[in-house]
Design a binder for this molecule. Structure first.
Ligand code: URA
Length: 432
């Protein structure tokens, strides 16, 4: 078998065989196929696409290219969730304790912030002492003991994706449905859970800008996950507006705690929908019954207690969760006020995410340090009526003299006009 022939076959629009795809993935990882052939292959897939059978094989071959986690000891109780990424998206911090308090086992590997989107690992590290680098045996025994462990991506998992993603990033081949599907699903499958619920975001702050594109991706990922023997659902949810009111690492942990203590907002709604779908699939319950149990976990305080147990057993200081004023506050707070009366008609979530990176809440380049206290608190969101002089947002940073920069960046990200915007759905659909 030759890499050249496989590239030629895909370039000509033919479907590849199981053996050809596995040969290619193996060659990429062992170095026998050079980067220039790998990128030619990626471009051919970009233009010619892949059948579901090819995408299943590609996903499976990538998943098997490195270490995998064995969660078989937890049987059907092992669950996982994945978000395609957003701004202010701290649902994992809420969903984990809800499903953990129902007896489900969440052994989760999360990512760090990327571009304008935040990452769960960075958020958790804003809690003093929290360890995101547990070795495999400790990771699993913590899940056994407390039902939840959330760590960073470790060691040699899915090396094929590391190589391919880096090449896609610089060769304009990221936005291909089979390539995104195999990239995300190979990592989720390698993490071992029996039930996987995906949160596919759509809108200005999301990878998929339209609900139609998000649906295509969601359906494909659900199909591939099921073909690989997992229970799957995907929610298509709004990321046109940031989720909740806090953006930035420690600020997001605080808002997650507020929701677990009863605050009701869009963040609660999306978290509840994700948790309910996980519980319905894993516990084989009707969705309404699963939702009732999830709501009860929050109302009774059981989910908040579970969060404290999880954070403490992973080394974090859980007293910060009891007393949110213990989190350090940024040196500078900048108030952003309305310059006119009107309705907030549009918020560009990506621009607001990038503004938070400028405040210090994210990385400009890999390896940059994060300022955990930096970020934004939004007082008004899309659809709200505001008056001249009203406080729209407060920005927090350790960087002085940002007033003018912030006003300008906020104005470019948020549109205020006379017409009340038509409300958009928060949850577009659930795909099974
Ligand atoms: N996230 C991933 O992990 N892979 C992609 O291809 C896109 C988003």
């Amino acid at each position: 078998m030759k890499a050249y022939d496989i590239i030629l076959k895909k370039r000509n629009g033919e479907a590849l065989t199981d053996e050809e795809i596995r040969f290619f993935v193996k060659g990429i990882v062992d170095g026998s196929i050079p980067d220039y052939q790998a990128t030619a292959f990626l471009m051919a897939v970009y233009f010619r696409g892949m059948t579901d059978e090819e995408t299943v094989t590609l996903t499976d071959a990538m998943m098997r290219s490195g270490d995998t986690v064995d969660l078989s000891r937890f049987g059907k109780l092992s669950v996982d969730k994945h978000s395609t990424g957003g701004v202010g998206d701290k649902t994992s911090l809420i969903v984990a304790p809800i499903v953990g308090s129902l007896g489900l086992k969440l052994a989760k590997m999360s990512g760090r912030g990327l571009g304008h989107t935040g990452g769960t690992v960075d958020k958790l590290e804003s809690i003093p002492g929290y360890r995101t680098d547990l070795p495999a045996d400790e990771f699993l025994s913590q899940v056994e003991k407390t039902n939840i462990a959330v760590i960073g991506q470790t060691g040699n998992m899915v090396p094929a994706d590391k190589i391919l993603y880096a090449l896609r990033d610089v060769t304009a081949t990221v936005d291909s449905i089979p390539l995104i599907t195999s990239s995300i699903m190979s990592k989720k499958l390698a993490a071992g859970a029996h039930t996987i619920v995906l949160d596919v975001k759509t809108g200005s702050g999301a990878f998929m800008k339209t609900p139609q594109d998000a649906r295509v991706l969601a359906e494909k990922m659900v199909t591939i996950g099921k073909a690989c023997g997992r229970k799957m659902a995907a929610l298509i949810t709004d990321m046109d507006t940031p989720l909740g009111s806090n953006i930035g690492n420690a600020l997001e942990v605080k808002e997650a705690v507020e929701v677990l203590r009863g605050k009701k907002n869009d963040l609660y709604e999306v978290s509840l929908a994700l948790a309910s779908n996980i519980a319905a699939l894993a516990l084989e319950l009707p969705l309404e019954e699963a939702k009732r149990r999830c709501e009860d976990a929050v109302k009774s305080g059981k989910a908040f207690l579970k969060m404290k147990e999880w954070i403490a057993s992973q080394g974090g200081d859980e007293t910060y969760l009891d007393d949110l004023s213990k989190f350090p506050v940024a040196k500078y707070a900048y108030e952003i006020r309305a310059k006119r009366d009107g309705y907030i008609t549009h918020m560009d979530a990506e621009k607001l995410g990038l503004l938070c990176v400028e405040l210090g809440a994210g990385r400009r380049k890999k390896g940059d340090a994060i300022d955990f206290v930096a970020g934004l608190i939004l007082n008004a969101k899309t659809g709200d009526r505001v008056k001249t002089g009203e406080l729209l947002a407060t920005a927090y940073s350790s960087i002085p003299s940002l007033d003018a920069v912030l006003d300008d960046a906020y104005e470019k990200a948020v549109l205020i006009s006379d017409d009340k915007p038509t409300a958009k759905p928060l949850i577009y659909d659930v795909i099974f």
